[in-house]
Design a protein around this ligand. Structure first.
Ligand SMILES: [Fe+2]
Ligand SMILES: [Fe+2]
Length: 167
C-alpha cells in the first residue's frame, strides 16, 4: 500500500513496523512453548529491549497523535464514531503494553521462571491479538478515509508536527 498523504504514509509505515515487532513476539512465544527461555539469550534480550523502548516510546506517541490530531480532525468533519472506536481500542492496548513493559523490567532483573514466562506469553499474546488487528483496521479504514478528506494545508501542518519536528 502507498499513500500520497505523507502523514498517512508515515502511520502506515509505523503500523508495518509494529506488526513486525508483534510477529517477533509470536515467534518467540512459539519457540519457547515447552521451555522457559533465558532472559539473557540474545534474541530474547533484543526483543525485550525493543518492546521496552517502543511501547512507551513510538507506539505511545503514535496513539497520542492519532487521538489528539486525527480523531479530533475527523470529529470536526462530522465523523466522531471511528475515532471513538479506535480510542476505545487504544484504551485496551495501553495497559497490556504497560504490564508487559513492567514484566520485562522484572525479567531483566531476575530472569524468567515458569510463572514469569507464562505471564510474558499471556501478555504477548494479548498484545498481538489487540494491537495487530487494530493497526490493520486503521490501514484499511482510517488511513484511506483521512487521505480522501485531508487538504494539503492540513497535511503539511500535521506532517510538520508529527514527522519533521520529531526528526
Ligand atoms: Fe490507533
Ligand atoms: Fe495507528
Amino acid at each position: 500500500m502507498q499513500f500520497q498523504n505523507r502523514v498517512c504514509q508515515k502511520l502506515y509505515e509505523e503500523h508495518a513496523a509494529v506488526q513486525a515487532l508483534l510477529q517477533r513476539v509470536e515467534q518467540t512465544i512459539a519457540r519457547h512453548r515447552n521451555d522457559v527461555p533465558d532472559a539473557k539469550d540474545s534474541v530474547m534480550g533484543k526483543l525485550m529491549n525493543d518492546l521496552a523502548s517502543e511501547l512507551p516510546g513510538e507506539v505511545d506517541r503514535h496513539f497520542t497523535f492519532e487521538e489528539e490530531e486525527l480523531f479530533s480532525y475527523l470529529a470536526e468533519a462530522g465523523n466522531a464514531g471511528i475515532g471513538q472506536h479506535l480510542t476505545y481500542e487504544h484504551g485496551i492496548i495501553r495497559p497490556i503494553g504497560a504490564a508487559l513493559v513492567k514484566l520485562i523490567g522484572e525479567a531483566r532483573a531476575q530472569g524468567f521462571d515458569a510463572a514469569r514466562w507464562a505471564e510474558f506469553r499471556n501478555l504477548g499474546q494479548q498484545l498481538s491479538m489487540s494491537l495487530g488487528p487494530h493497526a490493520h483496521k486503521e490501514d484499511m479504514a482510517l488511513l484511506p478515509m483521512l487521505e480522501d478528506m485531508m487538504d494539503v494545508d492540513k497535511e503539511a501542518a500535521l506532517y510538520e508536527k508529527y514527522v519533521l519536528q520529531h526528526a
